[in-house]
Design a protein around this ligand. Structure first.
Ligand SMILES: Nc1ncnc2c1ncn2[C@@H]1O[C@H](COP(=O)(O)OP(=O)(O)OP(=O)(O)O)[C@@H](O)[C@H]1O
Length: 364
């Protein structure tokens, strides 16, 4: 449904998108995720036709809408897209029904009044706002405005829905509710969606697949689960939630998927690995704090186990964060929901059932 090929964008002499490629098949929800300034909004705006790409090609539903080499640029209002912006851009002088009806009222050739009524009611029903059709836009909560903005984007039955930080205007609690609702609504409508966010939790809930962007490049593409489990480099590992990253050297490979791993300045451990490693290579061991198991007793399993001492416990209500000193002055962070037996200063064993190792990036 969307195919972006070798897209670049420069502002003056500054190149901000460096030849990215991605495709979004029909019905998929795809996220562009990354830190501020990585180029995700610029990419979305190029797809929308709000920016002109410097080079590369963009196809929506088989139609080339932008191809600088061939001089093709289809303007935004002629692209088969619907858009939801961060600000929602709901018109305060119109009620809910008229806000949603507007894109159909200005459509040419004209859409019959009866059809407008039918389509607006149907899409308001989908987003759960039919009962509020007559309400003034100024009397809507943030979550309700978001639903109206979504209904307005969907009313022309776009091939592609584009969403730019669609939840960032909502307070923390509402964001969580609305991201689940938005995921449900997008799935129910079955529309293909491309959205931009800097919030990894939002991308995890909403996206079937995502691209993590960094400095105008796609650093990694895949399903949220894949990228979280096996990040390609430390930047991605840390961007997608907190991670302990320990650099080490792989020793001799042993049978049964085990290997000796010497952590630089720290302990040697026997590693059971999920990702391929080669003997003698430098690696980063990525350990998610919430995936570490703590015990006062030495575990029976002897792979991926660190011996340490609890330096600090921070009670956070649903979980307790633990800082654990291990050999060589290194510290591991762990998050545990089961903290009844933990005391600062006590010896503890830390086991990582899932340990991901990635090739260490050589310092430039
Ligand atoms: N109109 C513009 N003129 C010049 N530079 C721009 C313009 N728009 C964006 N940039 C630059 O392009 C780069 C990418 O910006 P972009 O808005 O795409 O990033 P982003 O990942 O969406 O970040 P954010 O989450 O902060 O919006 C940034 O360095 C930004 O300063």
């Amino acid at each position: 449904m969307l195919k972006v090929t070798k897209l670049t964008k420069s502002y003056g002499a500054v190149q901000v998108i460096h030849g990215i490629d991605f495709t979004v098949p029909e019905g998929e929800c795809y996220a562009l995720l990354g830190p501020s300034g990585c180029g995700k909004t610029t990419t979305l705006r190029c797809v929308a036709g709000l920016e002109t790409a410097s080079s590369g090609r963009i196809e929506i539903s088989g139609q080339v809408v932008s191809d600088s080499e061939r001089g093709i640029f289809v303007p935004v209002h002629e692209r088969p897209i619907g858009m939801v912006f961060q600000s929602y851009a709901i018109w305060p002088h119109l009620n809910v029904f008229e806000n949603v009806a507007y894109p159909l009222r200005v459509q040419r050739p004209r859409v019959a009044k009866s059809e407008i009524r039918e389509r607006v009611n149907s899409v308001l029903n989908t987003v759960g706002m039919l009962k509020m059709a007559d309400r003034s836009a100024t009397q809507l909560s943030g979550g309700q405005q978001q639903r109206v903005a979504l209904a307005r984007a969907l009313v022309r039955e776009p091939k592609l829905l584009l969403l730019d930080e669609p939840l960032s205007n909502l307070d923390a609690q509402l964001r969580i509710t609305m991201r689940n609702e938005l995921a449900d609504m997008i799935q129910r409508v079955g529309v293909t969606a491309l959205f931009v966010t800097h919030d990894q939790a939002e991308a995890f809930v909403l996206a079937d697949r995502m691209a993590v962007m960094n400095g105008g490049f796609i650093a990694q593409e895949g399903s949220p689960r894949e990228i979280y489990r096996i990040p390609k480099d430390p930047f991605i590992a840390e961007f997608l939630g907190s991670a302990n990253i320990l650099r080490g050297r792989v020793g001799e490979l042993a049978p049964g998927g085990r290997v000796a791993l010497h952590i630089h300045g720290g302990p040697d451990l026997t590693l059971a690995y999920e990702t391929p490693v080669s003997a003698g290579s430098e690696v980063d061991l990525v350990l998610r704090p919430e995936r570490l198991l703590l015990s006062a007793e030495k575990p029976e399993i002897d792979t991926n186990v660190f011996e340490g001492r609890i330096r600090k416990l921070s009670f956070q209500g649903n979980v307790t964060e633990c800082e654990i000193d291990i050999e060589g002055g290194l510290t591991l962070r762990a998050v545990s929901a089961l903290d009844d037996d933990l005391v600062e200063g006590m010896p503890v064993w830390v086991r990582a059932p899932h340990a991901t190792v990635i090739p260490a990036k050589q310092a430039a």
